[in-house]
Design a protein around this ligand. Structure first.
Ligand SMILES: [Zn+2]
Length: 352
C-alpha cells in the first residue's frame, strides 16, 4: 500500500487561521462514501475497470471533476457509482477515503454509506460488509482515523430500498454501524413514509440521522423529528425559516450537520453570504460543519471550517469550539469523546 502522507503532515496552508484549521484534530459527521471519491481515488478505480467512460489519467480527471452545476455533480456521482463493481472496489474506496480524511487531521468520521446501491448492482451483501469493515480496521491501525457507518436509504429508490437497507443494517450489522439515515431528493419523497424502517432501526439501537430541510421547508425537519425520531439533522438549512423549530432544536440539543459549500453547489442557498449558519448559531442551535460530497463540490473539511470561520467571524478559539461541538454531536462513546476533546484542547493550547 503506497503511503504518501500520514496524519499531522498536512503542509502548512497560507494564512494563520487556515494553518490552524489544517492541523486541528477534527470530527466529520456528514460525508458520503461514494461522494468522497477524489480524483486520485477515481483514477485508481478507473484503472481497475478500463472499459469505464471515466478517464484514468490525472489531468483529464481534474477537468472531469471541475464542478459545473448540479446536473454535472449527478453525472459525476453516477459515473463513480459505476466504478464500484466488486468488494475490492469497495475496500479500496473506503480505505482511500480514510486516507484523504487523515491528511486533513480528521480523527473520527461517520461515513454515510448507501449499501443498497452496491447490492442492487450485484455485489454480495456479506462481501460488501466485509470490505468496509476490513478498510475500517486498517484505517484505524494504519492511518489513525476512526470510521463509523451511517447506512442511508436512497430516498429516490422508495420503500423497496428502505426495506433492503433496513434488512442489511439489522441482519448483517457490521461492527462499525452506528446510525441510520435517509438521503436523496426531498421533493416528492415525504419523510413520514419511512417511519416503520426507522422504528425498526432505532429499536435495534441505531441512531436516527435523516437528511431534512436541505431542499424543502421546515415542515420536512419537523417530520424528520416526529416521524423518524431524528437525533441529528442532515443539513437542516430551512430550519432558519422557522423560529419555533430553531427554538425546539436548541432546547432539545438536536445538532444540525451544516455543509455550506454543498448548499451553494446544489443551489439550496443562493450564496455563502446568504447562508443561515449565523442565524442557527445565534438561536443557540448546535451547529456542526461538514463537507457532504467534498471532491465533487470542490471542497474538503478544512475548507468548510474556513468558510464557517469567515461567516461566523471566528478566531482560532472559536474554530476549536466548532470542532468540539462536532465531537459532542458525534456518536462516539464517552471515552472517545473525552480523548478527542482533550486532543483538540491540547492542540489549541499549544498553538495559543
Ligand atoms: Zn448529504
Amino acid at each position: 500500500m503506497p503511503d504518501t502522507a500520514a496524519p499531522g503532515r498536512e503542509p502548512a496552508a497560507t494564512g494563520g487561521l487556515d494553518d490552524f484549521i489544517a492541523g486541528l484534530p477534527k470530527a466529520e459527521l456528514h460525508v458520503h462514501h461514494v461522494g468522497s471519491a477524489s480524483p486520485r481515488i477515481v483514477a485508481e478505480l478507473a484503472a481497475r475497470h478500463p472499459d469505464s467512460k471515466v478517464p484514468a489519467d490525472p489531468a483529464a480527471l481534474a477537468a472531469y471533476f471541475t464542478f459545473r452545476d448540479f446536473a454535472h455533480f449527478i453525472e459525476l456521482y453516477l459515473s463513480v457509482v459505476d466504478l464500484i463493481r466488486d468488494a475490492e472496489d469497495v475496500r479500496l474506496l473506503t480505505y482511500e477515503v480514510a486516507r484523504d480524511l487523515a491528511r486533513q487531521n480528521v480523527r473520527y468520521a461517520e461515513l454515510t454509506v448507501t449499501p443498497y446501491s452496491s447490492t442492487r448492482r450485484g455485489i454480495p451483501a456479506e462481501a460488501f460488509m466485509e470490505a468496509i469493515e476490513d478498510a475500517r480496521k486498517a484505517a484505524e491501525a494504519e492511518l489513525g482515523v476512526t470510521l463509523r457507518w451511517c447506512f442511508d436509504i436512497p430516498g429516490e429508490a422508495g420503500l423497496e430500498a428502505a426495506e433492503e437497507t433496513t434488512r442489511l443494517a439489522l441482519d448483517l450489522r457490521p461492527e462499525g454501524l452506528v446510525s441510520f439515515g435517509l438521503g436523496g431528493p426531498e421533493i416528492g419523497v415525504p419523510r413520514p413514509q419511512f417511519k416503520p424502517y426507522f422504528d425498526r432501526a432505532r429499536a435495534a439501537g441505531l441512531h436516527s440521522v435523516p437528511h431534512a430541510g436541505e431542499t424543502t421547508g421546515p415542515q420536512t425537519i419537523w417530520d424528520a423529528l416526529t416521524a423518524l425520531g431524528a437525533e441529528r439533522i442532515g443539513h437542516g438549512t430551512s430550519a432558519a425559516q422557522d423560529p419555533a423549530l430553531l427554538a425546539h432544536l436548541a432546547e432539545h440539543r438536536i445538532p444540525l450537520e451544516v455543509c455550506p459549500t454543498s448548499n451553494i453547489a446544489t443551489r439550496a442557498v443562493a450564496s455563502l453570504e446568504e447562508h443561515p449558519i449565523r442565524r442557527m448559531v445565534d438561536a443557540g442551535v448546535l451547529v456542526t460543519v461538514n463537507s457532504d460530497d467534498p471532491p465533487m463540490f470542490g471542497t474538503d473539511l478544512n475548507t468548510e471550517y474556513a468558510v464557517a470561520a469567515r461567516l461566523l467571524g471566528l478566531d482560532p478559539a472559536g474554530v476549536a469550539a466548532l470542532a468540539r461541538t462536532a465531537v459532542e454531536a458525534s456518536f462516539l462513546d464517552a471515552a472517545g469523546k473525552a480523548r478527542l476533546g482533550a486532543e483538540i484542547d491540547a492542540y489549541t493550547a499549544a498553538r495559543g
